[in-house]
Write a protein that binds this ligand. Structure first.
Ligand code: SF4
Length: 325
């Protein structure tokens, strides 16, 4: 058993304080995420050291387009999620019980070094519910010169987030909608804590945002415009990935219309400097300087062909490019 952090004992039960659900957990049962169980009066982090997936991926696939373009990152996932998205694109590991294997933090970091990864990405299922494993791996990765990237729904309480912030170099946070009713209906969660996390992370680390455009859910330009306005209010420099949905899990509507995604991109580009489309196949996602239009990163799909950024700036006009290069 690995002791969980961030919980209180209340009348023989546990109240988990890791994410905003704040589950009250009876002896022998787990919270909503399925990986934090009360055992003999102690809250156990059940997923600690258990993984469902491990792969060397282009970092662009996370998606992180402004972090070490052209490198590969060792990507690790476990099981469980604190959301219940009916359109989940990774439901076999987030909502079911996938086969798991053991991988201690030290083994994960050795693997990343052996494979020449630029760092470790905590991804695939929701990594924040495996907080203790993420914390231990991230600390070790730091000591060995690897960067840490988290791909998340952003559903975490402020105290554990504050503990993670100094260790995580890059975040990709999924904002599913700017409407609270969408989060309640489709994800069984609340919007406000996600926006709080995004706001905190934006001022502390490199942040990119993903927005999955779900047919029959949030696929209208008015909703996307609301999201773009909110992000622009935080910073017009935050990269936004508008991603194509495919029918998965309990949502059978057809895949997102590519034409709608292109309209959404054009709309977003009026307010944000960096907007990309995702899950569309081998599209051309070249990165041009918004000030002088110089080609900065040439890529096709997830394959980066060339990078021309000097000390975080456009080599032609010296405009600052947000990210880690
Ligand atoms: S992390 Fe899990 S157990 Fe803890 S509050 Fe969130 S859903 Fe509940």
């Amino acid at each position: 058993m690995h002791a969980a952090h961030h919980w209180d004992r209340i009348n023989g039960e546990a109240q988990c304080r890791l994410c905003p659900h704040a589950c009250v957990i009876r002896e022998g049962t787990t919270g909503r995420c399925g990986v934090r169980r009360l055992r003999q009066g102690m809250l156990s982090a059940e997923a600690y050291g258990y993984i469902s997936s491990l792969a060397m991926d282009p970092i662009e696939k996370k998606p992180l387009f402004h972090v070490k373009p052209g490198t590969e990152i060792l990507s690790v996932g476990s099981a469980g999620c604190n959301f219940r998205c009916s359109f989940c694109q990774n439901w076999t590991i987030s909502q079911e019980h996938p086969p798991l294997s053991r991988l201690a933090p030290r083994q994960l970091i050795e693997e990343a070094l052996e494979q020449g990864a630029c760092g470790v990405a905590y991804t695939y299922n929701e990594p924040l519910i495996n907080f203790e494993y993420l914390l231990d791996c991230a600390r070790l990765a730091r000591t060995r010169g690897l960067l840490n990237a988290v791909v998340t729904n952003g559903y975490i309480q402020p105290p554990p987030l504050a503990e993670l912030l100094p260790l995580i170099d890059a975040w990709n946070i999924d904002i599913k909608s700017l409407r609270p009713e969408f989060y309640r209906r489709f994800c069984a969660a609340e919007l406000a804590p996600v926006l709080e996390t995004v706001t905190t992370v934006a001022s502390a680390a490199h942040l990119e945002i993903t927005h999955l455009v779900v047919t029959g859910g949030n696929d209208d330009l008015q909703q996307i415009a609301e999201l773009v306005d909110w992000i622009a209010g935080l910073s017009s420099e935050i990269p936004l990935h508008l991603t194509r949905y495919y029918p998965q899990y309990r949502w059978e509507a057809p895949a997102t219309d590519p034409e709608l995604l292109c309209q959404a991109r054009d709309l977003a580009k009026r307010k944000l400097a960096w907007v990309y489309l995702g899950n569309l196949g081998q599209g051309d996602d070249a990165l041009h300087c918004p000030a002088c239009n110089r080609l900065l990163v040439e890529r096709r799909g997830y394959h980066t062909k060339s990078v021309s950024i000097t000390e975080g700036k456009c080599p032609q006009c010296q405009r600052r490019i947000p990210g880690i290069f």
